[in-house]
Design a protein around this ligand. Structure first.
Ligand code: G4F
Length: 320
């Protein structure tokens, strides 16, 4: 029988790739969108895909109950969040409400409507903060010491999922996803900001690119590979928590070097550092150990760091 999926945050980078994946697998896909004064800004990534959208909000439990009743999903993917770490310092209360209380609202609505629905939670490597195991990796046993309101809220969401699994036997799964990018990434996240800026400089539209901390290091994968992992791990018989990562870490400086080199430029001639992009507390280093999902579920990324950057450069070169 045809399966039905409900996705919060459907209009975002991951929501749009996940929708495409599920549609290709024969799912009926529904998504929750929040009211926006310019709706065109919101559906640009998902227009014409064949998704049914519903107005709702993680902070409005009535809307969640109504949508669950209307859609009656087999699987719920909670990708809705205030997803920008730097901005979480500016809007900490909103971030905590959406990213932590929102998870509770969704879990309670599912539990009361039908506790057999499978629930995926977009947990994040930001939860680890500056803790790294002795071998230089983070894994699900690594202590969580978040360094941002965003990270604190994600830890709460993560724990709520584990609690609902243990207390009510619900099929709740956390995907602890390390950074994942693509041409659909918002251009205020560092990868797309660098690529867009480099392409604009290459085309003579600007002279420099101002960034924040160039020495932070991230484990960057491609969103398309990571939404595949979401679907795989949610459909594993035993509900559990899984790390999804490439196992490679690069600094922002290295990201600049690779991107500008693709365009035959030297980043050192154009990149400047502007303290306005620093964070009150920085997460210095991320590198994930995803051996469990690779060994048990056979997941592995198809993109390399280089092929991902190339795709992003091609995208912006066509667009700008
Ligand atoms: O691209 P970012 O903004 O991503 P960040 O903070 O790592 O968060 C992303 O990944 C998390 C997973 O670990 C997700 F949970 C979260 O939702 C989001 O998707 O920043 C990456 C790094 C930071 O160290 C930041 O300080 O880049 C550094 N950076 C340097 N200059 C900058 C800039 N970040 C941004 N956004 N803009 C800059 O100009």
């Amino acid at each position: 029988m045809r399966k039905t999926a409900l996705i919060t945050g459907v209009a975002g980078q991951d929501g749009s790739y996940l929708s495409e994946l599920l549609i290709s697998k024969g799912y009926d896909v529904h998504g929750i969108v929040r009211r926006n004064s310019v709706p065109e800004n919101q559906d640009s990534r998902i227009k014409g895909m064949g998704i049914t959208t519903h107005y709702g909000d993680l902070l409005d439990p009535y809307s969640l109950t109504r949508i669950l009743q209307e859609v009656n999903p087999d699987e719920v993917y909670n990708l809705g969040a205030q997803s920008h770490v730097r901005i979480s310092f500016d809007v900490p209360s909103f971030t905590i409400q959406t990213n932590a209380l929102g998870v509770l609202n969704l879990l309670e609505a599912v539990r009361q409507f039908n506790p057999k629905i499978k629930v995926y939670q977009a947990s994040s490597s930001e939860m680890f903060g500056n803790t790294v195991d002795e071998d230089g990796y983070q894994r699900k046993t690594t202590p969580m010491n978040p360094t941002s309101p965003y990270g604190c809220a994600k830890v709460m969401g993560y724990n709520l999922m584990r609690h609902y699994r243990a207390a009510y036997g619900m099929h709740c799964c956390n995907g602890i996803l390390f950074n994942h990018e693509s041409p659909r990434r918002g251009s205020n996240f560092v990868t797309n900001k660098i690529v867009k800026g480099a392409v604009e400089i290459h085309k003579g539209l600007r002279n420099e690119l101002a960034l924040g901390n160039l020495d932070a290091s991230r484990d960057w994968g491609h969103s398309k590979d990571y939404v595949r992992a979401m679907h795989m791990l949610l459909n594993n018989e035993e509900p559990s928590d899984w790390v999804v990562a490439t196992g490679e870490s690069r600094t922002i400086r290295q990201m600049c070097e690779t991107t500008f080199a693709h365009l035959d430029m030297d980043y050192r001639e154009y990149v400047t550092v502007d303290p306005q992009y620093f964070r009150p507390q920085e997460l210095d280093f991320l590198r994930g150990d995803s051996s469990e999902i690779r060994e048990k579920l056979g997941w592995k990324p198809e993109y390399t760091f280089e092929s991902m950057v190339e795709e992003m450069v091609d995208h912006w070169s066509e667009l700008v």
